[in-house]
Design a protein around this ligand. Structure first.
Ligand code: PSU
Ligand code: MN
Length: 325
């Protein structure tokens, strides 16, 4: 029995190296073993992206949405140095109520350190992609990815998410990048990294997170979950090893007001500069400043779009697992 479970575990870990640091929840293990639909969810959004208790509430609701579509949610985080794929309700509560100052924001550069020092960490898009890929999860839903920051020509602040998308074959379903970032430069960078980027029923417009359309158009517009599933399958057969980005617009009724958000972003970016906020702290600083300035209007758009993205990701994952049965 023990041997059989070890063999199963081995079969579904692409990277045996990561295996010994990972705890799969029983639901996640079952889903991987039986090739059932599964959607990875990140946790920096819980630890650094949203305030408590909305963060925990939203994380739980997002999991419910994935389940209601017939897929298994796999929220990924690091607790006491163990990589958790699939969090219990208690785990979520613990992670979400930790002081953001004491919990790490885990991107590729932090993974080994947070594990070796047995810390707690919320995984970013990059961190979550690495772990999802290593356990065999191919579809991942989140709000927005990191990107090229405004003024990057001076600061060199370019999110590791973009580099990860270029070398890790996971499909990230999100609402594009926030207009706190430089969207045209982000798209250029993704192209350089070899990432296939498409909008989702949005007339080729990449969403800008809080509102359905940025001013940037992309090369593809995906129409159905099965079209994306097919793309994922061919991408994996081709072994490009690149990720795919699916840009799903926030549902119109939840869109924030563009001008209000843009004004808040401009002020937040300026404040970050004045206060000398650098590196990892920049994104969380701007996010919370925008939420505060727009009096929660941006937070409600944020919550609505994550839920919608989780639904689309679950549908894609279902199509993917149907094709493989
Ligand atoms: N963008 C958001 N909300 C977030 C993040 C980005 O709208 O919570 C988080 C994601 O986890 C993303 C990370 O992977 O911030 C990027 O951080 P940085 O820019 O430091 O790479
Ligand atoms: Mn950065």
């Amino acid at each position: 029995m023990f041997l059989r479970s070890l063999q199963l575990q081995k079969r579904f870990f692409n990277s045996k190296a990561l295996n010994r640091f990972v705890d799969l929840s029983p639901e996640v293990r079952n889903s991987l073993n039986n090739k059932k639909p599964i959607v990875a969810l990140e946790s920096t959004i819980i630890t650094h992206g949203m305030p408590y208790p909305e963060n925990v509430k939203t994380a739980k609701e997002v999991e419910e949405i994935v389940k209601s579509q017939g897929a298994v949610p796999a929220t990924i985080a690091i607790l006491d140095g163990r990589i958790k794929v699939g969090l219990s309700s208690n785990d979520l509560e613990k992670l979400g109520s930790l002081d953001p100052k004491t919990v790490s924001k885990v991107s590729r550069s932090d993974l080994a350190m947070v594990i070796s020092s047995k810390r707690n960490g919320g995984t970013t898009v990059a961190g979550t992609m690495i772990i999802a890929n290593s356990v065999g999860i191919r579809v991942f839903a989140t709000g927005g990815i990191g990107g090229v920051h405004r003024g990057a020509e001076e600061s060199f602040d370019i999110s590791a998410d973009l580099v990860e998308l270029g070398k890790t074959p996971v499909t990230v379903v999100c609402s594009g990048v926030k207009s706190i970032l430089d969207i045209p430069k982000t798209l250029e960078y993704l192209e350089t990294q070899g990432v296939c980027v498409g909008s989702y029923n949005n007339d080729y417009f990449l969403p800008d997170f809080y509102t359905p359309r940025s001013s940037c158009q992309v090369t593809y517009d995906f129409k159905t979950p099965s079209e994306v599933a097919n793309l994922i399958r061919v991408n994996s057969e081709l072994k490009t090893n690149s990720g795919i980005l699916v840009g799903v617009p926030v549902p119109a009724e939840f869109s924030a007001d563009k001008e209000t958000v843009n004004n808040a972003i401009q002020k937040a970016v300026k404040d970050a500069e004045i206060q000398g906020i650098k590196g990892k702290a920049v994104t969380p600083f701007i996010l919370s400043s925008v939420a505060r300035q727009t009096k929660g209007n941006s937070l409600s758009a944020n919550i609505a779009l994550i839920k919608n993205n989780a639904k689309v990701a679950a549908k894609i994952s279902k199509e993917l697992s149907n094709e493989e049965k």
